[in-house]
Structures are given as structure tokens and as C-alpha cells.
Design a protein around this ligand. Structure first.
Ligand code: SF4
Ligand code: ZN
Ligand code: ZN
Length: 319
């Protein structure tokens, strides 16, 4: 198979775009498409500082690499969760994130949860009702809080995550399946900044996992190939699997589902509850200062109270 732009051998064929490209043209296409998304959704400008949430995986390192190539002021943030039971998942992913930053002379900020709190994420989770079997709810809460806090403390008003199309579609599918209208209202390539919250952007929301993996591969980026061991058996993976089977028989189905949803919602054809109809009274948490709906400490701070065995409460920050 030949590249559609030159005579070289194609390294990827994207059926949904009816496009096959060689290594050089694929990198060029991928970088240009990212820039288009940044502009289309008014994510950020070259004058703004962007903090990239880096996990050591293919998507986040690819995102940092592309933003670096496009000349954005992008620094990385790695959160060491302490998931080192069995495979050395956190230690190895931190090593790869550091190596990536050093090779390019980029700044990587690191938060080590065990050093900050004296316990790893699985240990914190085991103390809570919801995290006893699986630490994902506690892990998500800690990551969202620490990413937002780091962005505010370090003077970044933009926080970029590498959620790809497969992540977004699986999340949307789950929300439709459970009629979670509130989450559907908030799912977006950009969440504007608000008092106490950095702007959240997802420049890769239209790339499939296969496309981000191909980019990392052709760019020679070393990333952690193992999934977090706690991801096994998750609903997200099940939805991704179902949607991939659908994509097999109907190329482009995932992209159409996602774009169709954004268009229907943003044009008003799909009417979801508006913010005023679900009043969220936010006030600063007395301990960390981040906005919360809880009357006392926020859900994050309650994790570190001595009697933090209760539920996590309602998270107010989006995905
Ligand atoms: Fe955290 Fe669960 Fe994701 Fe692992 S799979 S990084 S525990 S949210
Ligand atoms: Zn080519
Ligand atoms: Zn707090």
C-alpha cells in the first residue's frame, strides 16, 4: 500500500478518513490535525502556558511531543500513584516520562502521592468504602484534585489531558447507557476555566487510540505498554471493546457518534439540563481552597481525615 501523498510505503491506513500515509506524511498530518483541533475549539494560544498531564503512556507522551513540535510552552505533570504491586507500573512510567523530558530538554513536574500523604493510592483507597475492591474512584479523585492544584500553584491556566476518541466515545456510551445527563452536559473538548479551576482541554479527542499509538511508534517514543493493573475488567474497557467491534463493521462509527453528539448538543437539538437547573453551590474547601459542594472539607481532603471511611461524596470536577 502506497502513501496517498507520495510514493513511499504507507505505515498506516485510516479507513474512516479513507487515507493511507507514509511515516513522514503521517507525522505531518497528525501534528496539523492537532493544531486544527486546538484552533477549532479555542483551546489555547502560543502565549499561554499549558500543563500536560503525563502518565508515561502513549497518548500523553505523544500529546506533549506534538505540543513541543508546534512550539507551545508545554510543561509536563506526572503523578506517581504508587501502583507498584505486581508490575512496577508507577516507577516504570515515571522513568519513561523523565527520560522523555530529558531527551527534549522539557520541564517535568512530579508529585509523589506517598511522599505527600505517607500512603500510596491503593493504600488510601483500601481505607475507604468505595475503594476497598478497586482504587479507581479514589485514584480519579486524587488525580483530578492534584492536577488542578498543580496547575493553579504553578501558574498554568490550561491543563491538557490526552483523552483520545476511544476514551471519549466509551465515556459517552456509558453516560447514554445510564442516562447520566449531567456528565453528558459537561463532556467537551474544552471546559472553560472558572474560579478555582484551570481550563481543561483535550486536543486528541478526535484521534483514535490506534492513531495515537501509531504516532508514538513512528516517532520512536518509548512509553509504558502495560495498562494499569487495576484497569482490568473495567466498564471502560468493556465499552471500548464493544465499540471497536462496531467500528470493524462500520468504519467511522465512533467518530460519527462523538461528533454527532457534540453537534446535537451544541446546536440545541439535544437538550440537556442546563447549569442553573442543577444548582451547584460551590465554596472553597477550608483546607485546600479548591471549590467544593460539600458543606465542610472537600471529598479529597476528607480522604485524609482520620475517620475518612465514608463515601467520597459528589465530585464536582469533570472527568
Ligand atoms: Fe487509577 Fe484505576 Fe486508572 Fe489505575 S486504572 S490509573 S487505579 S483510575
Ligand atoms: Zn508520503
Ligand atoms: Zn479540600
Amino acid at each position: 500500500m502506497r502513501c496517498h501523498k507520495c510514493d513511499e510505503r504507507a505505515v498506516i491506513r485510516m479507513r474512516q478518513h479513507r487515507l493511507a500515509l507514509c511515516r513522514t506524511h503521517y507525522i505531518e498530518w497528525f501534528v496539523q490535525q492537532t493544531q486544527r483541533m486546538i484552533e477549532k475549539y479555542h483551546m489555547f494560544t502560543h502565549e499561554e502556558k499549558v500543563l500536560v498531564a503525563v502518565s508515561g503512556g502513549k497518548d500523553s507522551l505523544a500529546l506533549w511531543d506534538v505540543l513541543w513540535q508546534l512550539g507551545y510552552h508545554a510543561e509536563g505533570l506526572y503523578i506517581h500513584l504508587g501502583i507498584d504491586e505486581g508490575i512496577q507500573y508507577s516507577t516504570e512510567s515515571e522513568r519513561l516520562a523523565r527520560e522523555f523530558a530529558e531527551q527534549r530538554g522539557l520541564v517535568l513536574h512530579v508529585i509523589n502521592v506517598a511522599q505527600v500523604h505517607g500512603e500510596t493510592v491503593p493504600e488510601i483507597a483500601r481505607r475507604t468504602r468505595r475503594g476497598r475492591d478497586k482504587p479507581c474512584a479514589v485514584c480519579g479523585l486524587i488525580k483530578r484534585h492534584d492536577m488542578n492544584q498543580a496547575a493553579l500553584d504553578l501558574g498554568f491556566n490550561v491543563l491538557a489531558t490526552a483523552h483520545n476518541l476511544d476514551d471519549e466515545v466509551a465515556f459517552l456510551f456509558g453516560n447514554v447507557f445510564h442516562w447520566n445527563l449531567e456528565q453528558m452536559r459537561r463532556q467537551s473538548p474544552v471546559l472553560p476555566e472558572s474560579p478555582g479551576f484551570a481550563r481543561k482541554v483535550k486536543p486528541f479527542c478526535r484521534f483514535s487510540e490506534r492513531e495515537t499509538a501509531a504516532y508514538s511508534l513512528v516517532r520512536g517514543i518509548a512509553y509504558i505498554e502495560d495498562e494499569c493493573p487495576f484497569a482490568e475488567g473495567s466498564k471502560q474497557l468493556l465499552y471500548k471493546d464493544l465499540l471497536n467491534r462496531l467500528e470493524e463493521v462500520e468504519p467511522g462509527a465512533k467518530l460519527r457518534f462523538y461528533l454527532g453528539f457534540l453537534e446535537a448538543r451544541d446546536s440545541g437539538q439535544l437538550i440537556l439540563p442546563r447549569e442553573e437547573e442543577i444548582p451547584l453551590e460551590l465554596h472553597p474547601c477550608p483546607r485546600c481552597g479548591q471549590p467544593t459542594t460539600s458543606p465542610g472539607l472537600c471529598a479529597y481532603c476528607r480522604l485524609f481525615e482520620s475517620e475518612s471511611l465514608g463515601t467520597l461524596g459528589t465530585p464536582v470536577q469533570p472527568k
